[in-house]
Design a protein around this ligand. Structure first.
Ligand SMILES: Nc1nc2c(ncn2[C@@H]2O[C@H](COP(=O)(O)OP(=O)(O)O)[C@@H](O)[C@H]2O)c(=O)[nH]1
Ligand SMILES: [Mg+2]
Ligand SMILES: [Zn+2]
Length: 312
């Protein structure tokens, strides 16, 4: 029988079978490792095949994933860890203030999502808290991302109309929920479904900034069993890994169209002559802040990249 993985603790999996029963399962023996080479063979969102003997149900195989998002393993540096699979979209929750989400963080997330073919809706939360200056800042960001083609939402979790808007976007889909600690992910989930009664304003999560916590992603049913959210507590940053340095600019969607117009086909758009990307930045067609974030991501990635190169 088929099932969907709702939660994984590394050795146990919460799986909902086709009859709607939630079961605690282990893996049967060793599951053949897939092409992802990840530290976890089973991820939240996976469709698995189940086998029951007496009263014990085990996972015997994983169905091919539609897509998945990978980050650096919380336990092993430079090893891949699948965060979640079979996603229809991701909601990146950001806040202009308390706490401020940097555009660097937003762009890093967008690169990873683009690399794994997951559409992103950027959700600006805590609208009710913004002063005029912050509102203007938010408007500016929304314009930048809309122009690139990203969908954005501006909401307050305290506003019922906004929650309804969010519900419409989620209906019938599997959505990965991400964003810094404190931006309102749990508050939003509670507003969507008060039965969840999740803890809000979790201070402990703020203390281990920079360290990887061992909290796991978990799938939550919002309205019905077809509207699913994968909550990812403890993820501060999606470590970019597993793809080529030259590939990064293609995951900046407004650069994607231009990269074939540079003089050099391996152009990194940093100090090469006749670079179509840099020209577009100079003309104001590509936002300068986005470009700065691109350069920063390339520089950061180079360290990891050197690591991968040495491993070859
Ligand atoms: N004023 C206001 N406060 C909010 C909003 N959303 C969340 N909060 C508050 O922000 C804090 C962190 O929220 P929480 O849901 O725990 O964030 P999480 O870490 O992303 O799950 C809590 O004190 C919430 O009450 C909002 O739209 N408006
Ligand atoms: Mg939370
Ligand atoms: Zn170039």
């Amino acid at each position: 029988m088929k099932g969907t993985v709702y939660k994984s603790t590394g050795s146990w999996y919460e799986v909902k079978n086709e009859l709607g029963e939630m079961l605690s399962c282990r893996l049967k023996g060793k599951i053949r490792l897939d092409e992802t080479n990840s530290t976890n063979p089973i991820a939240v969102g996976d469709i698995v095949e189940l086998e029951t003997d007496q009263d014990d149900t085990q996972i015997v195989s994983v169905h091919k994933r539609k897509n998945y998002i990978v980050r650096e393993s919380p336990k092993h540096k430079h090893a891949k860890h699948i965060v979640a699979s079979n996603l229809d979209q991701a909601f990146l929750i950001v806040t202009i203030a308390s706490p401020r989400t940097s555009s660097g963080f937003i762009d890093r997330f967008l690169v990873v999502a683009a690399a794994y073919d997951v559409p992103v809706v950027i959700v600006f939360n805590k609208l009710d808290l913004l002063n005029e200056k912050e509102l203007a800042k938010q408007k500016e960001l929304i314009n930048i991302y809309k122009k690139i083609g990203y969908e954005t939402l501006s909401i307050s979790c305290l506003d019922e109309k906004d929650i309804k808007k969010v519900k419409t976007k989620l209906k019938g889909k599997t959505t990965l929920l991400s964003g810094h600690s404190g931006v309102g992910k749990s508050t939003l989930l509670n507003a969507l479904n008060p039965n969840l009664d999740l803890r809000v304003g979790d201070i402990s999560a703020k203390h281990d900034k920079g360290t990887h916590t061992t909290t796991f992603a978990e799938m939550i049913e919002v309205d019905d069993a077809k509207t699913l959210i994968i909550d990812t507590p403890g993820i501060k940053e999606f470590g970019i890994m597993g793809f080529e340095l030259e590939e990064i600019s293609a995951h900046f969607l407004e650069m994607r169209a231009l990269v074939n117009e540079c003089q050099f086909n391996n152009c990194m758009h940093i100090d090469e002559p006749k670079c179509a990307v840099k020209l577009a930045v100079a003309k104001g067609e590509i936002d300068a802040g986005r470009y700065d974030n691109y350069v920063k991501i390339v520089e950061d990635y180079k360290e990891n990249y050197n690591y991968w190169e040495r491993k070859k």
